[in-house]
Write a protein that binds this ligand. Sequence first.
Ligand SMILES: [Zn+2]
Length: 194
Amino acid sequence: MPYASEYTPKILIIDSHGQPVRWALMQRAARYYAAGKVLTELGDNIFGMTGGVQEATGARSELVTSSILMIRGRHRIPLGRGHVGLTKHRLFVRDRHVCAYCGGHFVESELTVEHILPVSRGGRHEWTNVVTACRSCNTRKGSRRPEEANMPLIYVPYAVCRSEGFILSNRRILADQMAFLQATLPRHSRWAHG
Ligand SMILES: [Zn+2]
């Protein structure tokens, strides 16, 4: 029986080389099935969706889709498109909601985007110059460098790769989808080992 859920699940679409392509809503997954593009169903979960009424029979069509679909073809990522945009939410998730200075774990509303080299001193707004910091650490550090403030970083910032971007962009990832994406991550990723 398809899993009935109260929220709209997103289906992880991967190409025939195992590269993640996109998160798709059920309707889009239905189009892949209809177009004969689905090669394999790789997910542990299946979802059901009721479609429109079929004219010939008067019956409602039903689609059942796997949580991970491998589709035909290789989806080349245009140069420059592999870059994952830096947003507050993605940064906090990259850093697992842990303040880079005190090591405390906080909810999103208590966290700030902290520029290691302050923007006022030429620091850039990019993945390798930002970490997650709690409000009080951010205020205490002010516009100093970590070494000037005697506040060493307890973890190193890094640029987020494409596969990790998929993890940071979906708040409701299923366990099988997470395991699939984790297997494609570089070792330095904080998400590589769960
Ligand atoms: Zn802190």
